[in-house]
Design a protein around this ligand. Structure first.
Ligand code: MG
Length: 253
């Protein structure tokens, strides 16, 4: 099931995407169940929004061996996590804005976990109950700031640096999904979630042991090797097998 959030004639709605239709549903982050309403809208009559409104995005710094190697950082023995602010979120079709005086802004394709219900101190073997589904995420990063500052908040937090979408897939198996960045039509980054150092169950358990995860919160699970720069005028797509393609465009501020 593909759960999307959309703007329809100025009203924000949740819906399930069924071929070329948007079938409106009750808010999946308020109720434990999903109930269809009678309203069915043509998909081309809605504007897709980011599929969740996270209170926070918890991102994992190094979760693929290949990316740790390219960054020349030793493999971590626990997940390295950082936060991206909710104000950085943009949706499918939106613009990534290059900050003034930027040096190098990179794409990072990531599988994102969308939390469905409040989670605190969750056991690994119980973590699936708290996950609504999965979406595509681009952990856009100012690489120069990241290296200069040593800690990552500035580099990861510029407005528009958290593209996600286009929808939440509730039925895919996240353990083995091919993941790609496609830049101007060409595959530039490629991996498979079977190479994750820390599993999704481990991440939900570890993070919920530190901070309460709220419905709509997002865990970005890390990027494989192959990061690279974005420039003004680029079209960047994050494609994940069995989920979909998140498309964004890049422009100067
Ligand atoms: Mg990342």
């Amino acid at each position: 099931m593909k759960i999307a959030r959309a703007n329809h004639r100025g009203v924000e709605k949740f819906g399930i995407i069924e071929e070329t239709y948007f079938h409106t549903i009750t808010d999946p982050f308020i109720n434990d169940f999903i109930e269809k309403t009678k309203e069915i809208i043509k998909l081309d009559e809605v504007e897709l929004l980011p599929p969740a409104k996270p209170s926070k995005i918890v991102a994992v710094g190094l979760n693929y061996k290949s990316h740790a190697e390219e960054m020349k950082i030793p493999l971590p023995d626990e997940p390295i996590i950082f936060l991206k602010p909710s104000t950085a979120v943009i949706g499918h079709g939106d613009y990534i804005i290059l900050p003034k005086h930027y040096r190098r802004v990179d794409y990072e394709c990531e599988l994102a976990v969308v939390i469905g219900k409040k989670a605190k101190n969750v056991r690994e073997d119980d973590s699936n109950r708290y996950i609504l589904g999965y979406t595509c995420f681009n952990d856009v990063t100012e690489r120069y700031n990241q290296k200069k500052d040593g800690q990552w908040t500035r580099a990861k937090s510029y407005d528009t640096f958290a593209p996600m979408g286009p929808w939440i897939e509730t039925e895919c198996n996240p353990k083995s999904l091919n993941i790609f960045t496609i830049l101007n039509g060409e595959v530039v980054q490629e991996g498979n979630t079977c190479d994750l150092i820390f599993s999704i169950e481990k991440l939900v358990s570890f993070i919920s042991g530190i901070m309460t995860l709220l419905p709509g919160d997002v865990i970005a699970t890390g990027t494989p090797a192959g990061i690279g720069p974005l420039k003004d005028g680029d079209k960047v797509e994050i494609k994940i097998e069995n989920i979909g393609i998140l498309t964004n465009f890049v422009k100067k501020s």
